[in-house]
Design a protein. Structure first.
Length: 198
């Protein structure tokens, strides 16, 4: 395990890191079941699979005190009325938080807690957003250019995708009259999500 300091260059507008341990590319086909308009999703996919977002991560060992960090480049677009978004997740260890710094673009962070609390916060270049412990979080690109964020979270946190994959978030971000609007997710179903530790 590397325990010496690490320096990397974050290049804009691309949002790439010159040093990273992982590079994840998520395409439309990776997002089956995530978008509200399934017909629009299938129609778009029939035209061809395409990259929706990329993640460059400096993943650190899952030890107390370690911080994983990296960038996400979320490309612009829509699936039906719904703007392109990340999968979204709880942290497997619920009592962990995350800081986002928006470097480029326009978007929203959709957040919720198992008790029903929701929060949707706008992001643009310069926005610093703190996601407290126990809040599931998803980034949405509501703009015309890539949404680039830098983020940091405790390396022990882990990702819990299951509950979001099954039910989605309570709120979705859709285009209405040429701009973004927050809407109730008709497909959201109450369940026992978010109750466990990873
Ligand atoms: C964030 C970080 C990453 C995460 C990425 C993409 O910036 O929390 O750890 O992988 O977003 O989000 P997701 O994994 O939910 O698709
Ligand atoms: Zn997270």
């Amino acid at each position: 395990m590397e325990d010496t300091p690490i320096t990397a260059e974050l290049t804009l507008p691309g949002g790439t890191l010159s040093r990273f341990t992982g590079h994840t590319v998520r395409t439309l086909s990776d997002m089956r079941g995530y978008y509200a308009d399934t017909a629009a999703y299938e129609a778009l996919l029939a035209q061809g699979d395409r990259v929706l977002y990329e993640v460059y991560e400096v993943a650190r060992p899952a030890l107390p005190g370690e911080l994983s960090h990296g960038t996400t480049i979320l490309y612009p677009g829509q699936v039906g009325e719904e703007y392109v978004m990340t999968k979204g997740h709880y942290h497997a260890i619920r009592e962990t938080s995350e800081v986002y710094y928006c470097l480029l673009g326009e978007g929203m962070m959709v957040m919720e807690k198992p008790d029903g609390a929701t929060s949707v916060q706008a992001m643009c270049a310069g926005t610093v957003l703190y996601v407290p412990p126990r809040w599931a979080h998803r980034t949405v690109n509501t703009g015309q250019q890539p949404l680039v964020t830098f983020w940091v979270y405790p390396a022990v946190a882990g990702h819990d995708y299951a509950s979001i994959q099954e039910r989605g978030f309570r709120k979705i971000v859709v285009e209405r009259g040429g701009g973004p609007a927050i809407s109730d997710n008709a497909r959201f179903q109450q369940g026992s999500a978010g109750s466990g530790e990873g």
